[in-house]
Ligand binder design. Structure first.
Ligand code: PEP
Ligand code: MN
Length: 268
């Protein structure tokens, strides 16, 4: 497996791309202190090294839940202080950067913003890492160039995230491009993680695609997890419940050593 080409990138106090396997997990959207705190505690107990949670959501329909926005910041601060855990969230507008710097350890650029060069340039001049999701219609080369926009500004801590692309196939929410993971490993020095939640849009398909991503050479995963997926305010159909996530982590812990990878644990 061509791991040697991949540069090591710092995600907060954690490292990606050095043969370790980093799992980020949490809800699509932060909905309440209870929901976020319970999820964070459970996913880290199961082996996740970092938590995710959307504060501002880019929804296809304007009447869908748009995220708690500013209200989520207080929830995040409290959970991070109580649980001593690192946090990633999607930035949807360059004007949010200074607020985000207070609570996020890692910035997530979502699929809809891969081509937002104004945002990418701004993120190039900050000193926090960025996970750059692939645009759902983005070519691999365009995605690498988008990462270069961030790196050109001096911010070298960029990690790609394959989250599925739009194809003629409509049976699943997106088409998970496993080729892209192997291709990036061969042609780029950027670490790459995979998002089997958005790639499939179906919680039943998430565990197998998560394991497939690991086998394809991914440096980690970002997985949507919710304590009660049917009640989730966004993307509940693709969220694992706490028990399902624990089972996935147990499987990963068995498979990763065979793949020559070690699970990264939550660092302090
Ligand atoms: C998300 O991570 O919740 C999200 C909106 O992902 P994407 O940008 O890949 O659609
Ligand atoms: Mn989501």
């Amino acid at each position: 497996m061509a791991l040697s080409k991949t540069e090591t990138v710092n995600l907060g106090t954690l490292e990606v791309g050095n043969g370790q396997f980093l799992v980020i997990a949490g809800p699509c959207s932060i909905e309440s202190y209870e929901q976020f705190s319970q999820t964070a505690q459970s996913v880290t107990d199961s082996g996740a090294a970092m938590i995710r949670g959307g504060m501002y959501k880019l929804r296809t329909q304007p009447h869908s839940f748009q995220g708690l926005g500013k209200e989520a910041f207080e929830i995040v601060k409290r959970v991070k202080a109580e649980q001593n855990i690192q946090f990633i969230s999607e930035i949807t507008d360059p004007r949010q950067i200074s607020d985000f710097l207070e609570v996020v350890d890692v910035f997530q650029v979502g699929s809809r913003n891969m081509h937002n060069y104004a945002l990418l340039k701004e993120l190039g001049s900050i000193d926090k890492p960025v996970v750059l999701k692939r645009g759902f219609s983005g070519l691999i080369d365009e995605w690498i160039f988008a990462a270069d926009y961030i790196r050109k500004g001096g911010n070298k801590n960029v990690v790609l995230c394959e989250r599925g692309i739009r194809t003629f196939e409509t049976a699943t929410r997106n088409t998970f491009d496993l080729n892209a993971i192997a291709y990036i490993k061969k042609h780029s020095d950027l670490p790459i993680i995979a998002d089997p939640s958005h790639a499939t849009g179906d919680s039943d398909l998430v565990p197998s695609m998560a394991l497939a991503a690991a086998a394809a050479g991914a440096d980690g995963l970002i997985v949507e997890v919710h304590p009660d997926p049917p009640s989730a305010k966004s993307d509940g159909f693709q969220a694992l419940n706490l028990h399902q996530f624990r089972n996935l982590m147990e499987q990963l812990k068995q498979i990763l050593p065979i793949l020559g990878r070690e699970l990264t644990t939550k660092a302090n």
